[in-house]
Design a protein around this ligand. Structure first.
Ligand code: B4P
Length: 194
Protein backbone atom coordinates (compact mmCIF):
# COMPACT_ATOMS: atom_id res chain seq x y z
CA UNK A 1 0.00 0.00 0.00
CA UNK A 2 1.30 3.48 -0.87
CA UNK A 3 1.80 6.36 1.46
CA UNK A 4 -1.38 8.03 2.62
CA UNK A 5 -1.62 11.64 1.47
CA UNK A 6 -2.23 13.68 4.61
CA UNK A 7 -3.26 17.29 4.49
CA UNK A 8 -1.81 19.40 7.29
CA UNK A 9 -0.65 16.17 8.95
CA UNK A 10 -4.11 15.13 10.12
CA UNK A 11 -6.79 12.79 8.93
CA UNK A 12 -8.51 13.72 5.70
CA UNK A 13 -12.13 13.91 4.62
CA UNK A 14 -12.80 14.45 0.94
CA UNK A 15 -16.01 14.66 -1.08
CA UNK A 16 -16.13 13.54 -4.72
CA UNK A 17 -18.81 15.39 -6.68
CA UNK A 18 -19.79 15.06 -10.31
CA UNK A 19 -22.45 13.82 -12.72
CA UNK A 20 -23.28 10.12 -13.21
CA UNK A 21 -20.42 8.40 -15.01
CA UNK A 22 -17.86 11.11 -14.22
CA UNK A 23 -15.58 8.46 -12.74
CA UNK A 24 -16.00 9.19 -9.03
CA UNK A 25 -16.26 5.53 -8.07
CA UNK A 26 -13.42 4.51 -10.38
CA UNK A 27 -11.02 7.08 -8.94
CA UNK A 28 -12.12 6.54 -5.33
CA UNK A 29 -11.45 2.83 -5.76
CA UNK A 30 -7.94 3.54 -7.04
CA UNK A 31 -7.09 5.93 -4.19
CA UNK A 32 -8.38 3.41 -1.71
CA UNK A 33 -6.22 0.57 -2.98
CA UNK A 34 -3.14 2.69 -3.69
CA UNK A 35 -3.17 5.23 -0.87
CA UNK A 36 -5.16 3.65 1.94
CA UNK A 37 -8.24 5.85 2.00
CA UNK A 38 -11.57 4.53 3.25
CA UNK A 39 -14.08 4.62 0.39
CA UNK A 40 -17.66 5.44 1.43
CA UNK A 41 -19.92 5.18 -1.63
CA UNK A 42 -23.65 5.57 -1.10
CA UNK A 43 -24.20 3.96 -4.52
CA UNK A 44 -22.25 0.86 -3.39
CA UNK A 45 -24.14 0.77 -0.07
CA UNK A 46 -27.47 0.88 -1.91
CA UNK A 47 -26.39 -1.83 -4.38
CA UNK A 48 -25.23 -3.98 -1.45
CA UNK A 49 -28.62 -3.66 0.29
CA UNK A 50 -30.43 -4.43 -2.97
CA UNK A 51 -28.15 -7.39 -3.70
CA UNK A 52 -28.87 -8.90 -0.26
CA UNK A 53 -32.60 -8.32 -0.70
CA UNK A 54 -33.01 -6.49 2.62
CA UNK A 55 -36.09 -4.40 3.40
CA UNK A 56 -33.94 -1.31 2.93
CA UNK A 57 -32.72 -2.69 -0.40
CA UNK A 58 -36.27 -3.32 -1.60
CA UNK A 59 -37.23 0.22 -0.59
CA UNK A 60 -34.24 1.84 -2.34
CA UNK A 61 -34.65 -0.26 -5.50
CA UNK A 62 -37.87 1.54 -6.46
CA UNK A 63 -35.93 4.80 -6.73
CA UNK A 64 -32.62 3.44 -7.98
CA UNK A 65 -33.89 1.51 -11.00
CA UNK A 66 -35.60 4.60 -12.44
CA UNK A 67 -32.54 6.75 -11.86
CA UNK A 68 -34.24 8.71 -9.08
CA UNK A 69 -32.39 9.73 -5.96
CA UNK A 70 -33.09 7.68 -2.86
CA UNK A 71 -34.77 9.91 -0.20
CA UNK A 72 -32.41 12.12 1.80
CA UNK A 73 -33.31 10.67 5.23
CA UNK A 74 -32.50 7.13 4.05
CA UNK A 75 -29.11 8.02 2.60
CA UNK A 76 -28.19 10.26 5.52
CA UNK A 77 -28.92 7.40 7.95
CA UNK A 78 -26.77 5.03 5.87
CA UNK A 79 -23.76 7.33 5.92
CA UNK A 80 -24.08 8.54 9.53
CA UNK A 81 -22.92 5.43 11.37
CA UNK A 82 -20.05 4.79 8.95
CA UNK A 83 -18.77 8.36 9.05
CA UNK A 84 -18.49 8.70 12.82
CA UNK A 85 -15.51 6.40 13.37
CA UNK A 86 -13.83 6.69 9.99
CA UNK A 87 -10.64 8.62 9.25
CA UNK A 88 -9.12 9.42 5.86
CA UNK A 89 -12.42 9.09 4.11
CA UNK A 90 -13.50 9.65 0.52
CA UNK A 91 -17.23 10.32 0.30
CA UNK A 92 -18.20 9.18 -3.20
CA UNK A 93 -21.66 10.20 -4.42
CA UNK A 94 -22.65 11.79 -1.12
CA UNK A 95 -23.89 14.51 -0.73
CA UNK A 96 -26.12 14.61 -3.83
CA UNK A 97 -28.60 17.24 -2.62
CA UNK A 98 -28.23 20.48 -0.68
CA UNK A 99 -30.05 19.03 2.39
CA UNK A 100 -27.55 16.11 2.33
CA UNK A 101 -24.67 18.61 2.19
CA UNK A 102 -26.09 20.57 5.12
CA UNK A 103 -26.54 17.33 7.07
CA UNK A 104 -22.92 16.35 6.36
CA UNK A 105 -21.66 19.71 7.63
CA UNK A 106 -23.76 19.20 10.76
CA UNK A 107 -22.48 15.63 11.32
CA UNK A 108 -18.85 16.70 10.90
CA UNK A 109 -19.35 19.69 13.21
CA UNK A 110 -20.75 17.37 15.89
CA UNK A 111 -17.65 15.15 15.77
CA UNK A 112 -15.40 18.20 15.71
CA UNK A 113 -13.91 17.90 12.22
CA UNK A 114 -14.42 19.54 8.86
CA UNK A 115 -14.15 18.68 5.18
CA UNK A 116 -10.67 19.10 3.74
CA UNK A 117 -11.42 19.08 0.03
CA UNK A 118 -14.33 18.86 -2.36
CA UNK A 119 -13.26 17.51 -5.73
CA UNK A 120 -15.59 18.25 -8.63
CA UNK A 121 -15.17 15.93 -11.63
CA UNK A 122 -15.95 17.86 -14.82
CA UNK A 123 -16.93 15.88 -17.97
CA UNK A 124 -19.12 16.80 -20.93
CA UNK A 125 -22.46 15.08 -21.32
CA UNK A 126 -21.68 13.15 -24.54
CA UNK A 127 -18.72 11.46 -22.88
CA UNK A 128 -20.84 10.65 -19.81
CA UNK A 129 -23.50 8.96 -21.90
CA UNK A 130 -20.85 7.03 -23.80
CA UNK A 131 -19.26 5.76 -20.57
CA UNK A 132 -22.58 4.75 -19.02
CA UNK A 133 -23.67 2.91 -22.17
CA UNK A 134 -20.40 0.98 -22.15
CA UNK A 135 -20.90 0.18 -18.46
CA UNK A 136 -24.43 -1.06 -19.19
CA UNK A 137 -23.02 -3.47 -21.78
CA UNK A 138 -20.43 -4.77 -19.31
CA UNK A 139 -22.24 -4.70 -15.96
CA UNK A 140 -25.90 -4.66 -17.01
CA UNK A 141 -26.86 -1.96 -14.51
CA UNK A 142 -30.57 -1.16 -14.81
CA UNK A 143 -29.94 2.53 -14.12
CA UNK A 144 -27.62 2.66 -17.15
CA UNK A 145 -30.50 1.99 -19.58
CA UNK A 146 -31.02 4.98 -21.94
CA UNK A 147 -34.19 6.30 -20.32
CA UNK A 148 -32.72 6.03 -16.81
CA UNK A 149 -29.50 7.74 -17.97
CA UNK A 150 -31.46 10.70 -19.36
CA UNK A 151 -33.45 10.93 -16.17
CA UNK A 152 -30.32 10.78 -14.00
CA UNK A 153 -28.80 13.66 -15.98
CA UNK A 154 -31.94 15.74 -15.35
CA UNK A 155 -31.92 14.83 -11.67
CA UNK A 156 -28.24 15.77 -11.51
CA UNK A 157 -28.91 19.23 -13.02
CA UNK A 158 -31.83 19.84 -10.70
CA UNK A 159 -30.65 18.31 -7.41
CA UNK A 160 -26.87 17.87 -7.44
CA UNK A 161 -25.50 20.80 -9.47
CA UNK A 162 -26.68 23.14 -6.65
CA UNK A 163 -24.44 21.16 -4.27
CA UNK A 164 -21.42 22.31 -6.31
CA UNK A 165 -22.60 25.90 -5.79
CA UNK A 166 -23.15 25.19 -2.08
CA UNK A 167 -19.48 24.27 -1.70
CA UNK A 168 -18.27 26.97 -4.11
CA UNK A 169 -19.82 29.56 -1.79
CA UNK A 170 -17.54 28.30 0.96
CA UNK A 171 -14.59 28.28 -1.47
CA UNK A 172 -14.16 24.56 -0.94
CA UNK A 173 -14.27 23.21 -4.51
CA UNK A 174 -11.36 22.01 -6.61
CA UNK A 175 -12.47 21.26 -10.17
CA UNK A 176 -10.58 18.64 -12.12
CA UNK A 177 -10.85 17.79 -15.79
CA UNK A 178 -12.12 14.19 -15.73
CA UNK A 179 -11.78 13.71 -19.49
CA UNK A 180 -8.94 11.48 -20.66
CA UNK A 181 -7.70 8.07 -19.61
CA UNK A 182 -8.31 6.75 -16.10
CA UNK A 183 -4.58 7.14 -15.36
CA UNK A 184 -4.51 10.73 -16.64
CA UNK A 185 -7.45 11.64 -14.41
CA UNK A 186 -5.80 9.85 -11.47
CA UNK A 187 -2.63 11.93 -11.90
CA UNK A 188 -4.64 15.17 -11.97
CA UNK A 189 -6.51 14.05 -8.89
CA UNK A 190 -3.35 13.24 -6.93
CA UNK A 191 -1.98 16.66 -7.96
CA UNK A 192 -5.15 18.32 -6.64
CA UNK A 193 -4.92 16.48 -3.31
CA UNK A 194 -1.35 17.56 -2.55
P1 B4P B 1 -23.41 5.87 -8.10
O1 B4P B 1 -23.13 4.48 -7.74
O2 B4P B 1 -22.78 6.93 -7.26
O3 B4P B 1 -22.94 5.93 -9.61
P2 B4P B 1 -22.57 6.91 -10.79
O4 B4P B 1 -22.81 8.35 -10.42
O5 B4P B 1 -23.29 6.37 -11.97
O6 B4P B 1 -21.09 6.68 -11.19
P3 B4P B 1 -19.61 7.31 -11.01
O7 B4P B 1 -19.45 8.76 -11.25
O8 B4P B 1 -19.08 6.77 -9.70
O9 B4P B 1 -18.93 6.64 -12.27
P4 B4P B 1 -17.95 5.41 -12.42
O10 B4P B 1 -16.65 5.63 -11.74
O11 B4P B 1 -18.70 4.15 -12.08
O12 B4P B 1 -25.00 6.17 -8.07
C1 B4P B 1 -25.99 5.29 -8.56
C2 B4P B 1 -27.40 5.61 -8.00
O13 B4P B 1 -27.44 5.39 -6.55
C3 B4P B 1 -27.97 7.02 -8.14
O14 B4P B 1 -28.56 7.26 -9.41
C4 B4P B 1 -29.04 7.04 -7.00
O15 B4P B 1 -30.22 6.35 -7.36
C5 B4P B 1 -28.37 6.28 -5.90
N1 B4P B 1 -27.62 7.15 -4.97
C6 B4P B 1 -26.28 7.10 -4.75
N2 B4P B 1 -25.90 8.03 -3.86
C7 B4P B 1 -27.04 8.72 -3.51
C8 B4P B 1 -27.30 9.83 -2.64
N3 B4P B 1 -26.31 10.44 -1.96
N4 B4P B 1 -28.57 10.27 -2.51
C9 B4P B 1 -29.57 9.68 -3.17
N5 B4P B 1 -29.40 8.62 -4.02
C10 B4P B 1 -28.13 8.15 -4.20
O16 B4P B 1 -17.67 5.46 -14.00
C11 B4P B 1 -18.67 5.20 -14.96
C12 B4P B 1 -18.10 4.36 -16.09
O17 B4P B 1 -17.09 5.09 -16.80
C13 B4P B 1 -17.43 3.08 -15.62
O18 B4P B 1 -17.78 2.04 -16.50
C14 B4P B 1 -15.92 3.37 -15.70
O19 B4P B 1 -15.16 2.23 -15.99
C15 B4P B 1 -15.87 4.37 -16.84
N6 B4P B 1 -14.80 5.35 -16.68
C16 B4P B 1 -14.43 5.97 -15.53
N7 B4P B 1 -13.42 6.84 -15.77
C17 B4P B 1 -13.19 6.79 -17.14
C18 B4P B 1 -12.27 7.46 -18.01
N8 B4P B 1 -11.39 8.38 -17.56
N9 B4P B 1 -12.32 7.18 -19.32
C19 B4P B 1 -13.20 6.26 -19.82
N10 B4P B 1 -14.09 5.58 -19.03
C20 B4P B 1 -14.08 5.85 -17.70
Amino acid sequence: MGKLIRLRGIEVRIVFLGPPGAGKGTQAGMLTSELGYVHLSTGDMIRDEMGRGTELGKFTQTFYDKGDLVPDETVIDMIKERLAGAENVILDGFPRTVPQAASLDDQLYRIGVSLDKVIYFSVDVDELIDRLEKRRDIEGRVDDEPEAIRHRMDVYDRETAPVVDYYRDGDRVIQIDALGTIDEVRDRLIGALK
